[in-house]
Design a protein around this ligand. Sequence first.
Ligand SMILES: Cc1ncc(COP(=O)(O)O)c(C=O)c1O
Length: 357
Amino acid sequence: MKIAVREAPITSTEIIEAKKANPGFGRTFSDRMFMARWNEEQGWHDAEIVPYGPIPLDPAANVLHYAQEVFEGMKAYSWEDGRVALFRPEMNGERFNNSAKRLCMPTVDPEFFMDAVTTLVGLEKDWIPADGKGALYIRPTMIGTEAALGVKASTDYLFYVIVGPVGSYFPTGFKPIRIWVTKEYVRAAVGGIGFAKTSGNYAASLLAGKIAAEKGCSQVLYLDAKENKFIEELGGMNVFCRFGKTIATSPLTGSILPGVTRNSIMTLAPEFGLAVEERNISIGEIKERAADGSLSEVFAVGTAAVVTAIGSLLYEDEEITIGDGGIGDVSQQLYDRLTGIQYGRLADAHKWVRFVG
Ligand SMILES: Cc1ncc(COP(=O)(O)O)c(C=O)c1O
């Protein structure tokens, strides 16, 4: 589909550079955004790039009442040779559609998804921080816009993409984090919408996140909804445990988001002599094996922070320290390898990178 590019006021280079110097995470956005609309008669239509700004929505719009919304989180990286790279963007397109199907929303042709992202990123490439300073965060989103109260799927949808420079996800930077393991709150249950990247899952996690912060923890580790025993994931990242020469992570049972980073780590692990297991890991096993030293690392993975070491877990008011509480070798090696590929410093043996333009 042809994407029309409308005139937009452009921020001066000086201001862009100042904003890129200290972007934080998710607070600064570029000058333009992509938009397209869907209805049954026309399918996707009116694809255009317009000035970034508020979206007029009817107060009865489906998304505001019944949360028909799906989104993605991906990044564009600025390489030293001037090229702009995306990391496995087709996986985000696929997950966007899997989320949309679960939420009873229309899918987006993979080529159209890619065109929307690359056209916008190409136009906004001055907003991408240099290697070492961050990346351009990309947020494709779809919402139900039909103005109608009553629980049913919307007849009309808006697909839009916004982008903005980001630095470190955790204000502490690349330092081990402390995590609260909750028994009281559940993020998602099998049969629900946990595997979809949709706003409801994040709304469900906010209260536990607030309590975690009050306890001095950065995020929450959720247990399975049925037995309240097996670790699932953090509110915004997947989790791995290292036992000797094996790394283990929770299986994709339907309540966990299938992370692009999770999949990449599982592919890279054998290159470091590590076996990979997808299996149930109970919080009891973590406690026991952290104590006897056979669990030496726990780390969280996701697009925003790549790989983050978990130094300790707070569970039932007890502190479980992992290893020496610092950054383990495997966490560091995987972080270096992934960011090396993303920024073009290391060979891309798996052909994961796609260039913009
Ligand atoms: C709940 C949840 N789990 C895991 C992830 C990691 O996914 P990815 O590696 O695709 O960023 C995210 C981040 O998007 C997330 O929100």
